[in-house]
Design a protein. Structure first.
Ligand code: KG4
Ligand code: ZN
Length: 305
């Protein structure tokens, strides 16, 4: 069976075809990063209009170059509503025109299942950490469709905190990778930033206080203090990583599970990966970096499952 997947929830247009026998057979991604860079964040209306321009030619290319789809899977949400509508409308129309089913996919479930696409994929059950620009979740995944929410953010997502702090440091959008690069040039230790909610039981997260602490710290920096900027980047990254790792440890302990899967854009962070790999009694898995961020392949795959 061939599933054509369409992703348009935010600022990436993704189209892919998953073959039930041989896996991913066609995959294309267009990132709108350049379009939004001058605004320092995703502009929803621009995102929707750009998906409208890019999506149809990408789907046409898939139909020409890949095996004909038996099912169309599109991201139904959560995401930017105008952006989602473009993918949903095209996906539904394509399926109706070909008289095949269209399946709406939950974007977060697709992120959570993405690690299973890989050759040496982990098996259920596992704990999933989903850390992206819009979400920070810990989920106990017992089987397909059997998910228990262990914790979520009470305010900002981890990626959002990375992006906002990066913008305080005048780093380009998207801030996460740029901040990580700057952090790698410093040992940190200059700013005492909070590790929110570590003193409370449970697996919920909060990043808005940390973001505010970073704002006050950034105000102390003198113009031209490049070492200070790097130290703040490092101290901020350390605070996020400490918090995420502590909650993952708690989630593994409370569920008694031995596998942790980390997905979403922030899971591309190399120092987070290193820290999570050091968690005791846990096998930790990360999807390929390209599968961590938004893509059409994970939507096609979730549709196939
Ligand atoms: O999953 P994703 O591509 O899109 C959403 O669904 O949000 O995640 C994007 C987020 C952005 O906030 C970006 O700054 C962050 O992931 N990100 C990173 C890194 N790479 C991407 N954050 C920290 N370190 C990275 N290396
Ligand atoms: Zn995403």
């Amino acid at each position: 069976m061939h599933v054509l997947g369409i992703e348009t929830s935010c600022d990436e247009t993704g189209v892919a075809v998953w073959d039930g026998d041989s896996g991913l057979v066609w995959d294309r991604l267009f990132s709108q990063i350049d379009l939004h860079a001058e605004y320092g964040g995703v502009v929803p209306e621009l995102a929707a209009r750009d998906h409208l321009q890019r999506l149809a030619p990408m789907v046409e290319a898939a139909l020409e170059e890949a095996p004909a789809p038996d099912v169309v899977a599109y991201t139904a949400g959560p995401g930017l509503v105008g952006a989602l509508l473009v993918g949903a409308a095209l996906g539904q129309a394509l399926a109706a025109g070909r008289n095949i089913p269209a399946i709406g996919i939950n974007h977060l479930e697709a992120h959570l299942l993405a690690p299973l696409m890989e050759a040496d994929a982990p098996d259920f059950p596992f704990v999933a950490l989903l850390v992206s620009g819009g979400h920070t979740l810990l989920v106990e995944a017992r089987g397909l469709g059997e998910y228990k929410l262990l914790g979520t953010t009470l305010d900002d997502a981890a990626g959002e905190a990375f992006d906002k702090t990066a913008s305080l440091l005048d780093l380009p959008y998207p801030g996460g990778p740029a901040l990580a690069k700057l952090a790698a040039t410093s040992e940190g230790g200059r700013f005492k930033l909070p590790r929110p909610l570590l003193d409370r039981p449970g697996c919920d997260f909060s990043f808005s206080g940390l973001k505010t602490a970073a704002l006050y710290a950034a105000r102390e920096l003198q113009p031209g203090d490049t070492e200070g900027r790097a130290a703040l980047a490092r101290d901020f990254e350390d605070a996020v990583i400490d918090t995420l790792a502590a909650k993952c440890k708690r989630a593994l302990e409370s569920t008694g599970l031995g596998t942790l899967v980390a997905a979403g854009g922030v899971a591309a962070n190399q120092r987070l990966r290193t820290r999570l790999r050091e968690l005791p009694n846990a096998q930790v898995r990360f999807p390929d970096t390209g599968l961590c961020t938004d893509n059409g392949a994970m939507i096609a795959y979730a549709g196939w499952l």
